[in-house]
Design a protein around this ligand. Structure first.
Ligand code: 4AD
Ligand code: MG
Length: 483
């Protein structure tokens, strides 16, 4: 006989099962007892709610009930009856309680009380059993599903770009090396440098920072593709918005110019956030309350004017503001915080990159809605971006979100071979090594565009979590790869 004949708690709560005899399995959140009866709140992760189990000490032996501590895993069979208590319409009157896994109450770290996020990060293997993290990871699933659904419906193909590559697409030099060489005794060339020609791939390789370049190859064959995979950056940024391993969604489309690209990005974000609003109502309601509690602990000037759900609707219901980098710079130059020298990085000459304090000012204080900034100076953007007629700017776009700053980065691509090689020369990027990329411009080139959405920044925005480490199951950051 198969072991799993259980009913999920989500199903029990959604359907009228009164009168049926069912089996549920899950983990004890709390247990309350008196002489006559024991109440167990059981959670199986299928939804945020616990299910109430009523155990009569006359039917269930004392020893078993004593082991049903917070954290223990139970299998319970009994009749579903209408519930007397408030908050839940039914409960199970247990006639069989089996302890699947005990949990020593003195040692189990997750107690039925509020733990700090820092403490839970140190217990990332168990934090998934809390309401907050259960909600976050259910929402994360729904967002990933919505990404695939959106592109599938539009006829885009999911492309698996490689994880190990020999290129640094963004040219920022922040890659993790991949090698099978013996680090204690690596082969050396004439100049005493490590000789990667003797390595596994017969060249130096690294973990990918982006699937874009390979995505471009595929877009110039399949028209519209997207990648959705892990990317790796060895940037030493200890911020609330950076991970060393994060997931990125990178659509790439032939026959799209910069404006088509912006239209797609805006429509895409509205769709996936709308999908979460529709399909994750209970989890979002919980996180909305949680975020409101957190706000109370903040200083007045740091408090968000809107609640979590209101912020999500701000995105789905508003047209994003679209301005050029030069326009953004003018707004910032004349802004109050700049004049009062409140910015840590005062706005200076045209050409400097925007810092997250500037991005957040534009989104949260000035426009109060998402902003798409276009046409950045070419000197601060990657080699592959299409050069504008003015000779100074490129057809880039960054999408900025409240509380997050940059959530999407993208551009129209430089499809003209001469312009592209000229730029590569200026930036000292080897055309020899990138021959395969340049071939797309040699054979059947066409205008094309794409962008990258940082998946964790999206999950952060939707769940209202302040730290990106709390929206990925096992975060990788400088000094952290424990679990
Ligand atoms: O702006 P980025 O570096 O753009 C690219 O990688 C392009 N190849 C995308 C493209 O055009 N196909 O990164 C894209 C997004 C950022 O906007 C941000 O949301 C996220 O990826 N991101 C990070 N998220 C978490 N941790 C990090 N260290 C991140 N770096 C970028
Ligand atoms: Mg960027």
């Amino acid at each position: 006989m198969a072991f799993n004949n259980r009913i999920k708690i989500k199903h029990l709560l959604e359907t009228d099962s009164v009168g049926e005899r069912v089996t549920v399995m899950g983990w004890v959140r709390t247990r309350r007892s008196n002489k006559h009866v024991t109440f167990i709140a059981l959670n199986d992760g299928s939804c945020i709610q616990n299910y109430q189990i009523v155990a009569d000490p006359a039917k269930i032996d004392d020893d078993t009930l004593k082991k049903a501590n917070t954290g223990a895993c139970l299998k319970i069979t009994g009749a579903v009856v209408a519930s007397q208590g408030a908050g839940q319409s039914s409960e199970i009157q247990a006639d069989l309680v089996e302890i699947l896994g005990e949990a020593d109450p003195d040692k189990f770290p997750i107690q039925p009380k509020k733990h700090s996020l820092e403490f839970l990060r140190e217990n990332a293997h168990l934090r998934i059993r809390t309401n907050t993290f259960g909600a976050i990871f259910r929402i994360r699933h729904h967002l990933a599903f919505a990404v695939h659904q959106y592109f599938h419906q539009k006829g885009f193909f999911y492309l698996h770009s490689p994880i190990i590559t020999a290129s640094d697409a963004e040219g920022a030099g922040e890659t993790f090396q991949v090698t099978a060489l013996d680090l204690k005794n690596p082969p050396r060339d004439q100049n005493n440098n490590i000789d990667f020609r003797e390595d596994f791939f017969e060249r130096a390789t690294n973990l990918t920072v982006s699937g874009q370049l390979e995505g471009e190859l595929a877009a110039l064959a399949l028209s519209e593709i997207y990648t959705f995979g892990p990317t790796f950056r060895a940037e030493n940024s200890n911020t609330t918005r950076h991970l060393a391993e994060f997931w990125m969604i990178e659509p790439e489309m032939a026959f799209y110019d910069a404006e088509d690209n912006q239209n797609l990005a805006e429509d895409f974000l509205k769709y996936i956030i709308g999908f979460a609003l529709e399909n994750c109502q209970e989890d979002l309601a919980f996180l909305d309350k949680r975020a409101a509690e957190e706000e109370k602990n903040k200083k007045a000037e740091q408090r968000s004017e809107l609640g979590l759900l209101e912020r999500l609707e701000l995105v789905t219901k508003n047209t994003f503001e679209r301005i050029t980098y030069s326009e953004a710079l003018e707004i910032l130059k004349n802004s109050k915080p700049n004049k009062k020298k409140k910015f840590a990085y005062p706005i200076e000459d045209w050409g400097t990159d925007l810092q997250s304090e500037h991005e957040r000012f534009l989104v949260e204080k000035h426009f109060k809605k998402p902003v798409i900034i276009t046409d950045y100076p070419k000197s601060i953007k990657s080699f592959y971006m299409k050069q504008n007629e003015d000779g100074k700017t490129v057809a880039a776009m960054d999408i900025l979100f409240p509380g997050i700053g940059e959530i999407i980065g993208g551009s129209q691509r430089e499809e003209r071979l001469d312009k592209l090689t000229e730029r590569m020369q200026e930036l000292d990027i080897s055309q020899e090594e990138m021959w395969w990329y340049l071939d797309t411009r040699r054979f059947g080139t066409t205008p094309h565009s794409g962008f990258g959405l940082g998946f964790e920044r999206l999950v952060q925005f939707v769940t209202g979590m302040g730290n990106i480490r709390d929206v990925i199951p096992f975060p990788r950051t400088p000094g952290n790869a424990e679990f």
